[in-house]
Each structure stands twice: as structure tokens, then as C-alpha cells.
Design a protein around this ligand. Sequence first.
Ligand code: B12
Ligand code: SF4
Length: 459
Amino acid sequence: MTCIACFISIMKVLLISANTLRVPYPVYPLGLDYVAGCLGSRHQTKIIDLNDFSSPEFLEAMIRDFSPDFVGVSIRNIDNTEVINCRSFLPEYENLVHLIRKNSKARIILGGSGFTIFPVEFMQVLDADYGIVGEGERFSLLLDALEKNADVSKIPGVLTKEKTEIVYEPYEGVIRRYFDPENRLIHFYLAYGGMLNLQTKRGCPFHCSYCTYPHIEGGRMRFDEPSEIAKNARKLQDAGAKYIFITDSAFNASYEHSAQVAKAFIQEGISIPWGGFFAPTIPPVDYFKRLAEAGLTHVEFGTESLSDVVLTNLRKPFSSSDVFAAHQEALDAGLHIAHYFLLGGPGENKETLQTTLTGIDKLGRAVFFFFCGVRIYPHTALYDVALKEGQIFKGQNILPPVFYRSQGIAVDEIMRTVEQHANGRLNWLIGAGEAKATRILPKLYRRGFTGPLWEYLIQ
Ligand code: B12
Ligand code: SF4
């Protein structure tokens, strides 16, 4: 299609969120709002979410009907990152690509956080036309370059079938979220937990040894304007959201910015509850109280261990005593608290595990999620450690998950020990609590409960 007034081509772009995992709950595909935001009204864009498309026939008909020039596929999860019952989502992505090819001649562009971790591998397995590593805001640059027959491989982060060399560079252009309260996928999330999500900044300045986040989003924090963030939060609230999840790697990585966001929420009249990930570092006086006044209800701490030896090996930016201090502050502010633990990293042994478990007993009124086994990802310090220790070899394909093996204790012993220590306590969950979540949460959501709901496990 060509715009007569300006003689530029208007492309039809279909953006598909390929994530159908519903554990712990289905997550709104926020990344696609940003990709659509960069395309603006320059192209005809449609966003669909496979969570909302139970029948492949319906999807096929929709693709044929819309007849897109480009299909952007968002790849968020690679697998469920669980050592036991590990599930890869690759076969589902292969089916999707097959279905797109069968029903259209569109060129396929891959992107998303999972894709960004293993871009070359995904390009090969899915035989896609293009890929964009990192921020999807470069989608419009890619379309412009293709329209002009320019060399797309000059655009940072863009991969082609031929170009497999990757340039990781944070996007410094305008970032705009497109949010359409009328899109049917909004209704899906409103009916299933009422949660919509929001980003306040990109990038994490910390260097935890196993973590992919600084690689996905960059290591330098890039902040959105607090008043703009609050306006976006208001749009979610007005659309009917019952809870906002802040998707930042660690919301409190900047105490100053996060406190400004909370203040802007009050000014904008945000009255629904919200939560997000926090690092258990020592907060400024009354930090959590001020956030609670602005509606914060749920704090999810990325604690990982209560052994200082392990915390140092994982390069965490806090010690176990900081965890207790942060926990107490959040408790005093009346917040619901969850701690995530990552067991089995370098230096883990029976003694460090015991230190963590007995430490947890002292953390009052919270939920504890235990991930046993640390997944090795490229571009992390843990990758180099595993390489040095001979646990992986250079060039090994680690898309099929490889977990770090601690010399001091095996994963099954870790799991057994945690289970024994938990002794049936409901608020101790191994992994994302897949079994419990699958059993309980859908029922509660159908009955109208909203938000992450893990607080109901606190005894
Ligand atoms: C917040 C978060 C959660 C929250 C989500 C809450 C909510 N309501 O949204 C919770 C705690 C529930 C969660 C759970 C899980 N998560 Co999580 N999560 C994240 C986190 C920190 C941010 C995701 C996010 O929303 N980012 C903000 C948006 C704007 O960014 P984005 O989606 O990446 O989109 C940008 C780009 O990727 C790109 N893009 C996106 N789509 C597309 C499409 C195209 C075509 C293009 C070109 C570009 C593009 O452009 C966007 C704008 O720049 C990421 C880590 C990270 N820093 O990315 C992990 C992450 C996505 N999670 C991950 C995992 C594994 C999980 C779980 C499976 C863990 C588990 N076992 O329970 C579950 C799965 C849940 C589900 N149902 O899918 C992995 C996925 C990769 C992998 N290893 O498989 C990540 C990357 C972390 C990691 N370990 O590396 N998660
Ligand atoms: S603080 Fe969290 S997001 Fe940042 S590097 Fe550490 S684990 Fe990753």
C-alpha cells in the first residue's frame, strides 16, 4: 500500500506474542506495546497474543485475512528454567513459524528477551528472515532500511540469515508505548487476574554473576520521566486494571527515581495496588512507607541466598544482614513480601544451604520461591566460571538448558533438603510453585481475585 500524499509505503505489520505459559500467571506482552509505539501510525499494525488465541484455525484465518507484509514474533521465554520437569518452548515457536509461512508470504522478524539471549540459535532453528537483538524500537529503522533497499546489517542489533555477528547497543532514540484499551488482549488480562504492567526504566547497574538482565536491557539505567510513567499508569487504571506489575529488573536500583515515581503516582491519582522486583539493599529511611502510601503492596526481593559466601560468589550487591534490614523495613510498612532464592551456585554446599534455610526461618511473614540449579547463560560471569571449571566447553550450544553444578552439593540433595526443612509449609515453594499455581490460581482468578495472589500463602 502507498500513501498518496507522501509517496511512502505503508506496510502491514502483525506483531505476535508467542508466549503461552500461564505459570505463575499469564503475563501481558508489554514489549509489543513498545514495538508498536515505534511504528506509530506510519504503518498498519496489529498486535495479537497467543494466550488469547486458543485455536490455531482462528489464528490461521486471521493471518490470511490481515495479509501482513511483516510478522514480528516476540520470544520471551526459552524454557521454564526448572532443573526437574524442564520444558522447552522451542517446538511451539517452530509450529508458529510454520503456521505463519503456510498462511502468508510475510517476512518474519524475531525479537524479545529470550531471543536476545540466544539470537543466532533462534535465527537458525526458526529460519527467520530478520532478528532484532535487544530493544525492539529498532523495528521501524529496519522497515525503513528495507524500503530503501539499504544495508540493514548496519543497524545495531539487526541480524539476517547471513549476518550472525551481533552489535549490542542500547537504543537512545525516542521510546513510546502504544496502549490501546480496546484491543481484545487487554480484556483477556483484565478477566484473568486484572494485571497490566509498566516499565519505569531500562537497564540494571549491578553485575550479578548469573544474570542476563544487564545484557538484555544494558548496564546503564535509562529513566523515563516520573510524570509520564504515572500518566501511563493512569491509562492502565482507567482501562480497568486491578493491579500494576512494574517490570524493571530492580525497581529500587535507583532509590531516587523510584521514590519520584511513587510521588508521581499519588499526584496522578493512582489508586490500584502495584508491585515489582526489588534488590534487598538497605533502603533510605521510610522508603517503603512512602511507596506504600503511593499504593505499593507487593515487594518481590531477588535475595538468592542468605550465605555471605554464596552472595559474594554470585556478586550480589548486598550481604545477608542487608536482606534482614530491607525485609524488616518492608514488613514495617505493611507490605506483602516474597523472596526468591537461587540455590546451587558456585560455593554452595551443605553448610551454606543450612545457613540460608535457618536464616529464612527468621524472616517473618513472607513467601519463599526456591529455584534449585542455576541456569548458565552466555555473556555472564557464571558462563566464564563454568567454562574454566570444564562444566561447558567453548562453542557449546546451551540453548537446551545447562545448569551450573556446585562442587559441594548436588541439585537433588538441595531439593530434598529444602523440602525437608519446609516441612509442608505452604509459603515455601520450589520453583515458581508450578503445581500449586496451576491448581489454585486459575480458580481464584475465575472467582474474581486479582493481582499475583502469592500473599494468600503467607501463614
Ligand atoms: C518482569 C519479569 C517477570 C514477571 C512478569 C510479571 C508481569 N506481570 O509482567 C514474573 C515474575 C511473573 C516473571 C515470570 C517468569 N519469567 Co520473567 N522476567 C521478567 C523481566 C525482569 C522483565 C520482562 C519485561 O516485561 N520487560 C519489559 C519489556 C518492555 O521488555 P521486553 O518484553 O523484553 O521487550 C523489549 C525487547 O525484548 C524487544 N521485543 C519484545 N518483543 C519483541 C518482538 C519483536 C518482533 C522485536 C523486534 C522486539 C521485541 O522490544 C521490547 C522493547 O524494547 C525479564 C528479564 C528482563 N530484564 O528482560 C524476565 C524474563 C523474561 N523472565 C524469564 C523467565 C524464564 C520467567 C519464568 C519462566 C520463570 C519461572 N520459571 O517462573 C516465568 C514465566 C512467566 C510467564 N507466564 O511467561 C526469562 C526468559 C528467558 C528464559 N530464560 O527463558 C527472563 C528474560 C529472565 C531471565 N532469566 O533471563 N517474569
Ligand atoms: S540486581 Fe537483579 S537484575 Fe540486576 S544484575 Fe542482579 S540479579 Fe540481575
